[in-house]
Ligand binder design. Structure first.
Ligand code: ZN
Length: 181
C-alpha cells in the first residue's frame, strides 16, 4: 500500500531501463518463501498462477505481502489511509500485494516495483489472465504495452487533469471484477 503523497514525487523521476529476462530461458533466481505461500492461500488460482510464474520471470525478488484480508484488517488500513475502500479485492481473494524484497527487507520503492510489474505483466500475458494494476487502475494491464513507469506517469497525469487525486499502489495486482465477479 502506498500513500499518494510519498509516490507522486518518485513517479516523476526517470527510472533506469529495466533489465529483461532472457526469453525462452527459465533461469529462476527467486522462489516464493513460506510467508508468501501462506499469503497466497485462499487467493484465486488464476492470480496464484500469475504470481508463481512472475517469481520465475522477475529480475527483482518480491514477497507476497498481502493476499487474503479480513474485513477487520481492511478497516484498519482504511483508517490509516493506506487504502480507500472497504470493498477491497483482497477480502474476496482477488488481489495480492507484491513488495520488493531487498537485502532481507521489504522495500516500497518504485524502481524495483516497476521491475516486478514487468514480470507480472509478462506472466499474465503468457497465462492469458487479465490483471488490473494499482499503478494505473484504469488500464488493461495485461494488454498494455507501455513501460510500467509510463503507465503510472500517464495515469497520474490523467487524474490530475481531471482534478482528481491519484491514489497509486504499485505492489497491488488484482483480477478485474468484470471478468472475475
Ligand atoms: Zn493491495
Amino acid at each position: 500500500m502506498l500513500v499518494a503523497g510519498t509516490v507522486l514525487r518518485t513517479t516523476l523521476q526517470t527510472a533506469p531501463s529495466i533489465q529483461r529476462p532472457n526469453a525462452g530461458f527459465n533461469m529462476s533466481k527467486f522462489k516464493l518463501g513460506v510467508a508468501s505461500k501462506n499469503e497466497l492461500q485462499g487467493v484465486h488460482p488464476d492470480l496464484v498462477a500469475v504470481v508463481k510464474r512472475a517469481i520465475e520471470l522477475t529480475v527483482q525478488d518480491f514477497a507476497v505481502h498481502d493476499g487474503i484480508r479480513t474485513l477487520a484488517e481492511q478497516k484498519k488500513l482504511v483508517a490509516a489511509g493506506a487504502s480507500q475502500t472497504l470493498d477491497s479485492r483482497h477480502i474476496t481473494g482477488h488481489a495480492v500485494d507484491l513488495v520488493p524484497y531487498i537485502n532481507g527487507k521489504l522495500r516500497w520503492e518504485w524502481d524495483p516495483i516497476y521491475m516486478i510489474a514487468d514480470a507480472v505483466r509478462k506472466a499474465a500475458q503468457e497465462l492469458n489472465v487479465p490483471v488490473r494494476w494499482g499503478g494505473a487502475w484504469d488500464v488493461d494491464f495485461t494488454a498494455s504495452t507501455d513501460s510500467p513507469e509510463d503507465l503510472v506517469a500517464n495515469y497520474v497525469a490523467r487524474r490530475r487533469s481531471a482534478g482528481l487525486r491519484a491514489f497509486i499502489d504499485g505492489p497491488h495486482f488484482e483480477l478485474p471484477k468484470a471478468t472475475y465477479p
